[in-house]
Ligand binder design. Structure first.
Ligand code: HEM
Length: 483
């Protein structure tokens, strides 16, 4: 297929029948990391490179103008996100806008989520997140108090799953999630959701069946969200609904936003809205925070600069919704961390009608319905052709001038165009608030348990570091006393 197209080299290593999927069949490489490899191994000036997903042709883009065509200008031909979910196996996941491909149904499901996350609603969620941050610092303080060295060395992803898990419990279910309990509680929100996305043989096989063999998933009842997890959330919801109906003063929380827009007897729609919120908040925000705090540990000068900025913006008072909004340099630093390690290392789109991709350099490629397109987020965001010294952590890259000058399709950590992440503002708010809270109290220093740079587990569709992401926290006052 690709040999017939002008200017599209094929990635070497194609095998009859399986195409480039041999490492994937050996559970070593996800489609996202295959796209990343294709990006890096293609001839330096190629605008795109062809791969085969088994026998199916897929085009891996290397030019931000072609990315723009797929995500924005020719959205009608590429609106499909590629992955199919069988509603018989995963009825709730299938309602997440990310997996809805019929245009009208997608618009409706997206509008539901957008409606729950307007500016005013975000400020209500901020108040809940601030309480969760207090629980997090109390937890860190207890760990510091029991340490002889007066330092706490957490695996960051696990620590921040507690934060996002507690956030969901408090804001969507009005219960204590017990995520910051000292003893591991099997009924706590983060333990229930733990490991849903993480790599590992069982998950990699499960995800391959759920996302790429939906008929088999329906037939063999292979689910992404296990029945027991769904049952836990369902029971939690039913136990609080009655109490919520009787409350004269309704709290301003995510549960109430959902109840206000649903028929109160339609528990299926209510639980679907809550679980979409849960899956989307829990994993991406904890991953983003873990990699960001890791970057802070590895870049002490930037850490100090960001801390001074956070102090100035909060003026020595508790952080407010407004003061957090004003922390623009902190936000730039989060973007820079997302540039270096985006949680989704590539985006997958499927062509739904015949069209031609045209590059400014004369590149031309005919796409047929069913052909796949991979947008290698990690590759584009770390390419020395587009980024000066791409390995360096430099939040200045996201200053207003640099943003105005750069092609916006070079940064895709939240996607772009009509299907761009709807929870971006909430995700940024949660990440900024937790990071600012920690920076005001602790110095974050590297841990010997995490190498630099991190070695990524390439078998998963999201970004996970082999062996986890580690750092050490020390109280700021104690440090200055010792100096
Ligand atoms: C920092 C954290 C987050 C990151 C890095 C992130 C990243 C992404 C990415 C890359 C996409 C795919 C875009 C595309 O296909 O073009 C996406 C879609 C989506 N995200 Fe996020 N996300 C984050 C947080 C959230 C949160 C907190 C929510 C909701 C509460 C959320 C809800 C969604 C939804 C519903 C979609 C599907 C949109 C659609 O297909 O129309 N995300 N996100």
């Amino acid at each position: 297929h690709w040999a017939k197209q002008k200017n599209v080299p094929t990635l070497p290593g194609c095998w009859p029948g399986v195409g480039h999927m041999l490492p994937s069949l050996l559970m070593q490489e996800s489609l996202e990391y295959l796209a990343d490899r294709a990006y890096r191994e293609a001839p330096g000036d190629a605008s795109a490179v062809g791969i085969y997903f088994m026998r199916k042709p897929m085009l891996v883009l290397r030019d931000p103008d072609l990315v723009k065509q797929v995500l924005q200008s020719d959205f009608a031909s590429f609106h499909h996100n590629g992955r199919e979910i069988n509603p018989k196996a995963d009825a709730i996941l299938a309602r997440n806008p990310f997996f809805v491909h019929d245009l009208q149904a997608w618009r409706e499901s997206r509008a539901r989520v957008v409606g729950h996350l307007s500016g005013k609603k975000l400020s209500c969620l901020f108040a809940i997140a601030r309480n969760v941050c207090e629980k997090m610092t109390a937890f860190v303080e207890r760990r510091l108090a029991e340490s002889k060295l007066q330092e706490y060395e957490p695996e960051l992803k696990k620590l921040f799953e507690r934060y996002t898990g507690e956030m969901v419990a408090n804001s969507a279910f009005e219960v204590e999630g017990q995520c910051f309990a000292d003893e591991r509680d099997p009924g706590s929100f983060h333990v229930v959701a733990e490991g849903l996305f993480e790599p590992g043989l069982v998950n990699v096989v499960k995800q391959a069946v759920v996302f790429f063999l939906p008929e088999l998933a329906g037939f063999a009842d292979v689910r992404f969200i296990p029945q027991s997890t769904e049952a836990f959330f369902r029971e939690t919801l039913l136990s609080i609904l009655k109490h919520r109906r009787e409350q004269p003063q309704k709290p301003n929380d995510f549960l109430q936003f959902v109840l206000d827009t649903n028929d109160e007897n339609d528990t299926e729609s209510i639980i679907a809205d809550l679980l979409i919120y849960h899956t989307d908040v829990y994993e991406t925000s904890s991953l983003t925070l873990a990699f960001f705090v890791y970057q802070l540990a590895r870049n002490p000068e930037e850490q100090d600069k960001i801390r001074r900025h956070v102090r100035d913006a909060s003026g020595g008072k508790p952080i407010t919704y407004e003061s957090l909004k004003a922390m623009s340099y902190l936000e730039q630093a989060v973007y820079e961390s997302l540039r270096l390690i985006p949680p989704a290392s590539a985006l997958y789109k499927r062509c739904s009608r015949e069209t031609t991709l045209l590059g400014e350099d004369g590149f031309e490629c005919r796409m047929r319905p069913g052909d796949g397109v991979m947008l290698p987020v990690m590759g584009l965001q770390n390419d020395p052709r587009y980024w000066d010294d791409p390995e360096a952590f430099r939040p200045d890259r996201f200053g207003p001038e640099q943003l105005a000058e750069r092609n916006r399709y070079l940064f895709l950590a939240f996607g772009e165009g009509p299907r761009m992440c709807v929870g971006m503002r909430l995700g940024l708010m949660l990440v900024k608030l937790a990071a600012a809270t920690l920076l005001l109290r602790y110095r974050i220093v590297p841990s010997a348990k995490s190498p630099w740079p991190l070695e990524m587990d390439r078998s998963s569709f999201l970004a996970y570091a082999k062996g986890g992401v580690w750092a050490r926290f020390k109280r700021l006052e104690e440090e200055s006393v010792r100096r």
